[in-house]
Design a protein around this ligand. Structure first.
Ligand SMILES: C[S@@+](CC[C@H](N)C(=O)[O-])C[C@H]1O[C@@H](n2cnc3c(N)ncnc32)[C@H](O)[C@@H]1O
Length: 228
């Protein structure tokens, strides 16, 4: 199953959200806190938006000037349309590769969120994406990114073996086929980086400052925040 097919069968990913295996609840809380600090209307870009479950809820109380979602899964975008209907602002839903969007798009955003998708790219392509993310951000803009991380000195294989062991427990409630599909997706497509690499690539792209807003107990994922 390729990446597009996996995310077109949204019911499998939906299980991850419902069972909070990827820490969506904690990330939603951090995003809500981030948006609460903004008192003037902001233009929001939801890159690889999925169904926008957490961004829609976190944005609902905030002064959003516009909402743009980019995703190559049409079923996910259709769900995002429903979930973001609570937002009182113009919305657009672009069914395309976010890397193409980043390379070709003009326009400026005040807040960009990229959740659980950059890690599908090679290191070189991740670094190129960071350059474009910096370019698309307003001068006082903020970029938040939630991605899987390698421990310092850990190889991809070691990280994935660690991730596979941690499925026992959090993924026990999944039907066997769904659990296998998640593992198959992770071992085929995930290319996590260390926090050092993410921060270094952000600096190289021109970002001024970076911080970790959330890390799970197992140190599998981190929510990072970068300012322009
Ligand atoms: C793991 S889900 C994350 C969804 C949401 N951002 C979140 O944090 O829950 C990944 C989403 O990114 C989309 N996606 C992955 N790679 C993509 C790419 N290269 N271009 C566009 N969308 C992509 C998938 O279709 C899917 O909806």
């Amino acid at each position: 199953m390729d990446v597009r097919e996996f995310f077109s069968q949204w019911d499998i990913y939906r299980l991850c959200i419902e069972h909070n295996t990827l820490h969506h609840r904690e990330v939603e809380e951090c995003l809500r806190a981030e948006f609460r600090h903004r008192h003037t209307p902001f233009r929001f870009l939801d890159l690889a938006s999925g169904d926008a479950t957490i961004t829609a809820r976190a944005l609902a109380p905030a002064p959003v000037a516009s909402y743009t979602a980019v995703d190559f899964s049409a079923p996910a975008l259709a769900l995002a349309g429903g979930n973001t209907a609570v937002l009182d602002c113009p919305r657009e839903f672009l069914n395309e590769e976010f890397t193409d969007f980043l390379r070709t798009r003009g326009g400026i955003f005040d807040v960009i969120y990229l959740g659980l998708s950059l890690h599908h790219l090679s290191r070189e392509d991740k670094r190129e994406a960071m350059v474009h993310l910096h370019r698309l951000l307003a001068p006082d803009g903020v970029f938040c990114m939630f991605e899987p991380i390698l421990h310092g000195g850990e190889s991809r294989d070691e990280c994935l073996a660690r991730w596979h062991r941690h499925m026992d427990g959090p993924y026990d409630a999944f039907p066997a086929a769904a659990r296998e599909a998640v593992w198959d997706h992770v071992r085929t497509f995930d290319h996590p980086e260390s926090l050092d690499e993410y921060f270094d690539s952000a600096r190289a792209a021109g970002f001024a400052d970076g911080a970790v807003l959330f890390q799970d107990q197992g140190n599998f994922y981190a929510l990072m925040r970068f300012t322009r």
